[in-house]
Design a protein around this ligand. Structure first.
Ligand code: SF4
Ligand code: SF4
Length: 381
């Protein structure tokens, strides 16, 4: 039986927020942190997006967590590996840099990497991750609750993909070019991270006060108030409870199904004790799913490149919004998207693996999706 603590918290009003986070953290192994322990606070700082877009961890949420950790230890470091590896500019834009300065805690440098191993991996055994994160005694994982175009849903487990250094993240999409393969990356990585922390030394605390719905995890998603904080030592359980509360379809969240099969945590709601506020308080909460949801049964067919190309939607550059900056092409590890100086990006759809990294990185919300072809609608819905 694992525990997930639920707390209703309707706004980022700081004094109330801090008390809500305090009780949520106290339901986990947070209470065991000693003054000699080091703590890494892993935020979601996907890119340089303002906090009102609800793409990144809210700065006041981070501030409250830092202040509570300071009551335990002064060995604190904060950071993430944004998609384009420009952490400081991302943190300045989303408001977290100011908090890190005000609270006088250490900012993650991200220069050193180390290799971690999952000895029971399904497919991917080794991962190069940031050494500063892995070397901490405790990892406090602060996911933002979001829907996600590629993975359907993104919360505690997916947020840990950020242990992988900047641009290397997009190369994992090439190694694992379908949603099913990528789900094995996320699960094998999670297994490796768990092996590298003592039992109970990963604490997950989800900012679900304002979530992101629709075509997340970036500017194509829409902010949606949900008023939830969730905490658990088990990322798998936390994600399942978050899916359930937000009325998303757990069958489309393949990462959770694989995590369950691989015994990475508890995914069966019957075996998860939901503590804290009563779940009925969240009965009116729901999130709109991304358009392209694919059932887990259909997903294995996407390994076939031909089927992928005739069945799936592909990126389309909206020329009214595009400023020709080329950021999307830098993130396209499969070289499907290219740009000539002064022109709009152009797509070779046969090379496109539909990882949606281009959409995730575009600061101007200029990467749209074409409609799914009829054959894809028939086969994958
Ligand atoms: S689509 Fe977005 S990221 Fe790509 S060139 Fe245009 S504005 Fe830049
Ligand atoms: S064009 Fe976009 S969706 Fe296609 S492979 Fe490149 S980054 Fe991924």
């Amino acid at each position: 039986m694992s525990n997930v603590y639920l707390k209703k918290c309707d706004s980022y009003d700081f004094s109330n927020l801090k008390e809500c986070i305090r009780v949520a953290l106290d339901s986990t192994s947070f209470k065991d942190i000693k003054e000699t322990d080091s703590v890494f606070i892993k935020v979601n700082s996907l890119g340089a997006y303002p906090e009102n877009l609800a793409i990144t961890t809210n700065p006041l949420f981070l501030k409250a967590v830092i202040q509570l950790v300071k009551e335990k230890t002064k060995h604190i470091k904060v950071g993430d590996n944004p998609a384009n590896k420009e952490l400081v500019s991302a943190l300045k834009k989303n408001g977290m840099f100011k908090v890190i300065e005000e609270e006088k805690v250490n900012l993650f440098l991200g220069a050193l990497q180390t290799t971690i191993t999952n000895h029971s991996a399904h497919t991917y055994k080794e991962f190069d991750v940031s050494k500063e994160i892995i070397d901490a005694d405790y990892l406090i994982n602060l996911p933002k609750l979001k829907t996600h175009t590629l993975t359907y849903f993104s919360c505690a487990q997916k947020n840990l993909f950020g242990l992988i250094y900047g641009l290397q993240k997009s190369s994992w999409h090439v190694k694992a070019p379908t949603p099913l393969d990528f789900a094995y990356v996320i699960c094998d990585l999670y297994g490796a991270i768990k092996e590298n922390f003592e039992n109970g030394h990963i604490i997950n605390l989800c900012d679900g006060i304002t979530c992101l719905e629709g075509e997340g995890p970036s500017t194509s998603g829409s902010p949606k108030h949900a008023g939830i904080i969730l905490a658990s030592n088990d990322a798998i359980s936390l994600d399942q409870v978050a899916l359930s509360i937000t009325k998303l379809n757990k069958d489309k969240y393949i990462i959770g199904k694989i995590a369950n099969e691989e015994n990475l945590g508890e995914a069966n709601l019957d075996n998860i004790a939901i503590i804290g506020d009563d779940i009925s308080l969240f009965s009116d909460v729901s999130l709109r799913e991304p358009d392209q949801g694919i059932s887990s049964k259909a997903m294995k067919f996407l390994r076939n490149k031909f089927i992928r190309n005739i069945c799936l939607e592909h990126p389309r550059v909206d020329k009214d919004l595009c400023v020709k900056c080329g950021e999307c092409t830098k993130m396209c590890s499969s070289h499907a998207l290219t740009i000539e100086k002064g022109t709009y990006p152009s797509l070779s759809s046969s090379k496109c693996i539909r990882c949606w990294c281009c959409q995730e990185i575009c600061p101007h919300h200029a990467i749209k999706k074409t409609k799914r072809p009829i054959i894809g609608k028939i086969l994958f819905k």
